[in-house]
Design a protein around this ligand. Structure first.
Ligand SMILES: [Zn+2]
Length: 288
């Protein structure tokens, strides 16, 4: 199956009350692990690519070509969307040109009027190409590619103004943060989420910072219109832990244990397990 936008897969998820995971990719191993797991579980999937990760992988074009070729060579039949993560205004044009099927424009750090103006322009651009667009209101806390967000709570009225521009999906800060959650984290702000869902009725919502949010909060958020949940840090943590274990056990020193195909295998398996768990929790298994 060729790459698709997130429009149909998230409309269905929103209406049927489950969420599709966005799993960020960093290299070939990440991509392969996520695609194979989504296929195994018959789940639609969104591959997220931050500007930093795209740069690391030598640009959007390399990423898009790798993903397309991998879908074909691995015989992936579930719907896959290739989406930018916290993309810039300029980045949107580059990603679309390279073959991405969905973009996120994060204008949350601009004053609301500028966020609206830029989002509006990119809505028109994506519509023209039959692609989907995620907009953001209210910065999400923590660090993403060097951008530190304060973890604002989005203003539901601002959310409505952005939603009314015709965005496909909307990310709103509701106390969620990127990276690991601190011990004293106050949890998701459900009254605000409910208000946003009511006021933007019909626009599937996105929850960023899906690593470490307790399962009951995830389920509750899905029941309030969240149809896409971003997972990035979790795959990095389990990959690093599994790789560390392999080396600490001295396995890289046994036989050909230094072969990258062996050295990286436990980390890849760990990513598969983490993705499997999230797909189960989000309820997207067998929804392809
Ligand atoms: Zn994010």
């Amino acid at each position: 199956m060729s790459l698709v936008s997130v429009e149909q897969m998230l409309r269905k998820a929103y209406e049927e009350g489950y969420a599709v995971g966005q799993f960020n990719i960093n290299n070939l191993e990440w991509t392969k692990a996520i695609l194979l797991t989504a296929e195994e579980m018959r789940s639609p999937v969104i591959l997220g690519v931050s500007e930093g990760a795209a740069k690391y992988m030598c640009g959007y074009k390399v990423v898009a070509e790798m993903v397309k070729a991998m879908i074909e060579s691995l015989n992936i039949t579930v719907p896959v969307a290739l989406h930018t993560d916290h993309g810039s205004y300029e980045g949107a044009f580059k990603a679309i040109e390279a073959g991405f099927t969905s973009i996120m424009f994060d204008g949350s750090h601009y004053p609301i009027e500028e966020n609206i103006a830029k989002t509006k322009e990119l809505v028109a651009l994506t519509k023209k190409h039959g692609l989907s667009i995620e907009a953001e209101v209210g910065a999400i806390g923590g660090e993403e590619d060097g951008v530190i967000g304060g973890g604002e709570i989005a203003d539901p009225e601002d959310c409505k103004r952005i939603a009314d521009l015709g965005v496909t999906i909307l990310a709103a800060g509701i106390g969620n943060i990127h990276g690991k959650y601190p011990e004293n984290w106050g949890g998701l702000n459900f009254p605000v989420l409910q208000k946003i869902n009511e006021i933007t009725k019909g626009v599937p919502l996105v929850l960023h910072g899906g690593t470490g949010i307790p399962a009951d909060m995830i389920r509750k958020a899905i029941s309030m219109g969240v149809a896409k949940i971003n997972v990035n840090t979790e795959c990095q943590l389990v990959f690093a832990a599994a790789t560390r274990r392999y080396i600490e056990e001295g396995k890289d020193l046994q036989g050909k244990g230094f072969d990258p195909r062996k050295l990286l295998a436990p980390g890849v398996e760990a990513i598969k397990n983490a993705v499997r768990e999230k797909i189960q929790l989000f309820g997207s298994a067998n929804k392809a």
